[in-house]
Unconditional design. Structure first.
Length: 257
């Protein structure tokens, strides 16, 4: 059995999805890219019972090996990983607030700047298609163009990422945004950030992902590292400190009577 670490990573991710409330039962599924194909969760097997050998290896041509059948959603996992070479992980859940919006065929607009975590100015909701079909895969791919997350109409959520950890993080962020948007709608449709405002957010997030400060190049007031003290300056400071410690304490003179 190959890719043991990735197989266990899929199991751990599934268990965390349910433990954190992102998913319920076996309705979610996870895949990870391998050369020429993917590893994917098996169909209808409770996560707590999964063993690394239960994770299914599939080629992009649809052939699979192992003792289990692949998830019924293998088509959109395959098609996403085949067409999106910028990601390694596909994570699908039926998280409550994302699914609430999806049942109304609503995406998440730019009501909050953190919508940019999905890579664009909004998080789209795909058209409805029956689970497990090629039609669902096709509409999911369309909704994911230029994005790393989308809602599936009357269904749930898909997120894409480089790692299992990043996929879980993004799924939590999108579910939190969905929850905030549902609550905001109780007051009324919230105002939206403009494309220009969202473009600034996206650029600043991009810079942070490369270890830079989020400030744009046009911003003059930016954090800068303190200048390192020279060796001679450090030695002078050490000498002063040593003399100060070595200086004996003097008793106050007794007053004459």
């Amino acid at each position: 059995m190959s890719h043991t670490k990735l197989r266990q990573g899929i199991i751990d991710t599934c268990l965390e999805m349910n433990h954190s409330g992102l998913n319920q039962g076996t309705s979610g599924n996870v895949s990870h890219r391998i050369p020429g194909g993917m590893l994917i969760t098996p169909t209808s097997l409770p996560y707590a019972q999964m063993k690394p050998a239960d994770i299914v290896a599939m080629d992009f041509d649809g052939t699979y090996s192992g003792r289990r059948l692949p998830s019924s959603e293998w088509r959109f996992h395959r098609d996403i990983l085949k067409n999106r070479t910028d990601v390694n992980v596909v994570l699908h859940t039926h998280s409550v607030y994302c699914t609430t919006l999806a049942t109304h065929e609503l995406g998440i607009p730019s009501f909050h700047y953190m919508v940019a975590v999905a890579g664009g100015t909004d998080i789209r909701c795909s058209d409805y298609a029956c689970f497990g079909t090629q039609e669902l895969s096709d509409t999911a791919l369309k909704a994911l163009e230029g994005r790393t997350a989308c809602l599936l109409g009357h269904h749930g959520l898909i997120v894409l990422a480089d790692t299992f950890e990043k996929a879980l993080w993004r799924a939590h962020e999108v579910e939190t945004l969905a929850k905030m948007y549902v609550h905001a709608l109780a007051i009324g449709e919230p105002p939206r950030l403009s494309d220009a405002e969202m473009a600034q957010v996206i650029e600043q997030m991009r810079r942070m992902s490369y270890g830079q400060t989020p400030d744009l190049d046009s911003v003059a007031d930016r954090p800068h590292a303190a200048k390192a003290k020279s060796a001679s300056s450090s030695k002078r400071t050490e000498k002063k400190t040593t003399r100060a410690k070595a200086k004996p304490k003097t008793r106050p003179k007794a007053k004459k009577r």
